[in-house]
Each structure stands twice: as C-alpha cells, then as structure tokens.
Ligand binder design. Sequence first.
Ligand code: ZN
Length: 289
Amino acid sequence: MGISPARAGDEPPVELWRQQMSGPAHSLTLPDVAGRLRDISYVAIDGQAVTEGDISLGRVGDVAGGRLHFPGVLPEKESPRPEGVPDDTCTRGPSGAGVSDASALWPKGRVPYVFDPGLPAAVRDMVGKAIAGFTAGTCVRFVPRTDERAFVRILAGTGCYSMLGMRGGQQDLSLGTRCNYLGTVIHELMHAIGFHHEHNRSDRDGSVDVHLENVTPAYRSQFQKVAAERNRLLGDFDQNSVMIYGNRAFSANGLDTLVAKNGQALTDPYAKTGFSGADLIAVRQMYGC
Ligand SMILES: [Zn+2]
C-alpha cells in the first residue's frame, strides 16, 4: 500500500499506517461526543480524509467543513436511525471496541457491497475469503448489492482504507496496491461494520503502553482513545485482534510506539492470518447474534 510505488526488494505490504506518512497532515479540533475538544488529523487520499492510517472520515471537502463521519468519536449530526437497525436490546451489553452509535450499524447485519470494475480478480478472491470468514463465524452477511441505498463500494484506490460503520449511501473501501492480504482485507471490512482500532479503545492503557515520544508529532493524535462512555467494549483487550496495529505504528525513529504490557509482539494486520477468536465474539455481540 502507500502512495509511493513499490520498489524491488520492498518488504511486502508495509504497515497500514505508512500511507498516512506519505502526505501532509491536516488537522481539525472539534468537540467529541463527550464535549471535550479533540484533535483529528488526517491526510487526503483519493479525495478522502483518512485518519488513523486507514479510516476514512468522508470526502475532504466535507471534512474540512466539519462534516465528518466518525461514529463513537464525534457526534453524528445527520444520521437518523435507519429502518431495521437493531434496537437496544440487541446492541446493549459489555463487550473489540465497536461504535456506540446504533445508526452506524448495518441493519440486521446485512452489508450490501459492489466491486468496482477496476478491482483485480485476485483481490476479489481475497474479499471472498474474508467474507466467508464472516459468514462462518458471525451473523454478518456481505451480500451483492441490488438496490439498497447504503452499500460499500470496494475499489482499488490508493492503499487500504474504509469508513467506520455504515454511513448511508455509497461508502468507499479501498484495497489498493499491497492490500491484498487476508488480515488486511478483514481489518478493513471490520472497520466497515463498525469496529475501531483495538489500540484506540478506551481501556487500552491497562494492556498497552503508547510511546508518544517515538511517534511522528503530526500523528500523535492517532493514538487518542475513544471516549470511555462512548465505545462499546466487547470483551477484554485483545493483543491478537485483527484490529490492532504493530509495535512500530507511526514511528518517527524506528523505535516502538505501541508495546503490550504482557510482552507479546504486536503484529500488523497484514501479517495476521485473520480474525482472533475474540474478534469473532465481538462481532457476534455487536450484531446481536
Ligand atoms: Zn484500520
């Protein structure tokens, strides 16, 4: 992935966040769902404002105007609850870190998608494997779109990114160069159904140390936690989650930025074979199945 072209001898995928490092960072300060000011930094990729390495907040023009889709972090300004979204009986409960806005969940766990015509066959095959994992282990169903209003368009854009949860209408999920790894594809689909990064969950300080001194300054805000009262914690912190980044995410100096308190190495999504057991449980809890 990344904006720079692959060079001979490059390690395969590079970390997801690397695409972030390749463009100038923009930032906004907005009140979060708890009313506290929060810095949001992003880079422009394919016209999308991308934060945390791979989460699209929406079109750059919209985001610059303060219209962001960042459920669970920023207040939703224009997201009436769509028909068929699970009610609170289905979505309540302790529990990965899911979005807390029910309006960002896909009704009945059904996620319509289309492939952009330019998406290579090998990537389509990998998406098929990822979808089979959701089907086998959860009640979430990715289904080819017919005429649904809200759907995910999967395209080969610049790098890998997704929106967080359902936005309504078309939302783009990019699997570009160097994104064709099962762990990466599952990671992006997990964002699309509403999962935050594991290292941003509100209770992460009990399980990982963040070394901000090693983080490129423009990207320190990528390590802000989701407000405690707003994320839905689905189980304990999971060092093996497909939603956690590796030890050197956003590192400015090659030193670790993210260190598990239990001493285990943290690997990037691409290096993972897929879901952790706890990821699957979290999906089932979030979608009430
Ligand atoms: Zn991500």
